[in-house]
Design a protein. Structure first.
Ligand SMILES: Cc1ncc(COP(=O)(O)O)c(C=O)c1O
Length: 275
């Protein structure tokens, strides 16, 4: 008998759910991903969850919304997949490696304490193998130094610590759903959050900062008659769209600016932006 290192257990319900999505014709991020976000947030006991393409993306976006100064230090483990170290560098920050606790494979807390300085912006511990971790002491040590913890929970979907699921202890927890993880999918990740402070920005950043043509709101369906955007530099946007072969028009001249209604003009700052 062979014991495989990894073989995903995919239940019939998951196969049917995937088929429903494929048949719907909407295979990009949409209502199913949103339902997953709610379900996963509830499962781990976090106020919110933002689904992304991978754990690597989740780690990177967490660092991005922290707005750390260029070159700030981020303490992490050398004994892990290279995602954390790579995104630290990609964000213009500096990885500082600790020793690891031989019992747990996680960041050694004394080693973290010894590396915390006023240049430390964040600490990325991982939940090695999904198992034991001394996370209370990580949070205490980082908190004293004013550093934020971004947990790499790539191995830890379903794990718990002190009666609470991993993903609910701090501000940022990055999960992986790649094909060899314990909650596997063809690919995917999620960031569970301790509050909604950064949620809106994270949602924009996960699509490269875009919010132009469709805001997905679950309680309404648009006829898609107009795609309306407010642009700071409207005329140059119109010009660039024209050059790219995309027509646009400027709607509407605020009605109170017509001569007919000049008597009625009242201060209306949002309406006058449309002019
Ligand atoms: C500890 C750890 N962090 C991050 C990742 C990256 O996950 P993803 O493939 O979802 O980006 C992995 C994947 O192997 C991992 O083991």
């Amino acid at each position: 008998m062979r014991v495989p290192l990894f073989r995903p257990a995919i239940r019939e319900g998951a196969v049917e759910a995937a088929a429903r999505v494929l048949r719907s014709g909407w295979i990009g991020s949409g209502p199913v991903a949103e339902a997953f976000e709610h379900a996963f947030a509830e499962y781990v006991g976090a106020p919110s969850c933002v689904a992304v393409s991978s754990c690597t993306a989740a780690l990177q976006l967490a660092l991005r919304v922290l707005n750390l100064p260029e070159g700030a230090e981020v303490i992490t483990s050398p004994v892990t997949f290279v995602s954390a170290a790579q995104v630290i560098v990609q964000e213009g920050l500096r990885p500082v490696f600790t020793d690891v606790d031989p019992e747990t494979g996680n960041l050694d807390v004394e080693s973290v304490r010894a590396r915390l300085t006023d240049r430390t912006g964040a600490v990325i511990p991982l939940r090695y193998g999904g198992g034991r971790a001394t996370s209370t002491s990580w949070y205490e040590a980082a908190g004293k130094a004013g550093a934020t913890i971004v947990e790499d929970c790539a191995h830890a979907a379903g794990a718990a610590y002190k009666g609470r699921r991993i993903g609910s202890h701090g501000s940022f927890h990055a999960f992986s759903f790649n094909a060899v993880k314990n909650l596997p999918a063809p690919g995917g990740g999620a960031l569970t959050l301790g509050s909604d402070e950064h949620e809106a920005r994270l949602r924009r950043l996960r699509v490269l900062g875009l919010r132009l043509l469709r805001e997905v709101e679950p309680d309404r369906t648009s006829s898609n008659h107009l795609f309306c955007v407010l642009a700071e530099e409207r005329d140059s946007l119109v010009e660039r769209l024209r050059e790219a072969g995309v027509d646009s028009s400027v709607h509407y001249r605020p009605n109170d600016t017509y001569e007919l209604f000049e008597e009625q003009t009242s201060p209306a700052p949002s309406a006058s932006r449309a002019e």
